[in-house]
Design a protein around this ligand. Structure first.
Ligand code: B12
Length: 112
């Protein structure tokens, strides 16, 4: 079970047997700006690719995101960060993912 407002969504290409790309999304700690990540989740699910989105919610620490990413076996992690701390948050997240064995997990984000 993930964070407080987690929910899953998925969309798979009709007639395709391809494994969906699993993506965990979240908003950085001390950050309540979730409007953009919610729009981003929707955009991901509306692509023509088989994508599975696991939304962990907002106000997530790098530790929580990294741990969930490993547990959920995702291919990528998308993080929104609006509190100005992204320059430290993203490298810390990448470092923790690496320490937990997730060196191949792609991290991408949108920030202010
Ligand atoms: C809406 C908003 C709020 C809403 C948030 C509602 C919500 N549920 O999300 C509310 C009113 C709650 C809010 C509160 C605050 N806010 Co505010 N807010 C904004 C505002 C006006 C718009 C942000 C937004 O959602 N834009 C719409 C999205 C779709 O567009 P975007 O942000 O450009 O995102 C694009 C890319 O970044 C990218 N993207 C975004 N996320 C992601 C994620 C991934 C994975 C990827 C790949 C891409 C991606 O794609 C988007 C589309 O192109 C901005 C100012 C601005 N005009 O940007 C301030 C802003 C973010 N807020 C700010 C501040 C300071 C605050 C408060 C601290 C104010 C206060 N003193 O209380 C609080 C913080 C609350 C908290 N706990 O975090 C500052 C942050 C300054 C900073 N970083 O140093 C900003 C920049 C305003 C400013 N210039 O001062 N805010």
């Amino acid at each position: 079970m993930l964070g407080h407002s987690s929910h899953h969504g998925s969309r798979e290409m009709e007639g395709s047997h391809k494994q969906p790309i699993r993506i965990l999304t979240a908003v950085a700690a001390f950050d309540g700006n979730d409007a953009s990540i919610l729009a981003f989740n929707r955009a991901l699910l509306e692509t023509d690719y088989p994508v599975e989105v696991i939304y962990q919610g907002f106000n997530m620490t790098a530790e929580q995101i990294a741990t969930s990413a490993i547990q959920e076996g995702v291919h990528a992690v998308g993080v929104g960060s609006y509190n100005g701390g992204h320059l430290e948050f993203y490298p810390h997240l990448v470092k923790r993912l690496g320490e937990l064995g997730g060196t191949r997990i792609v991290v991408f984000g949108g920030d202010v």
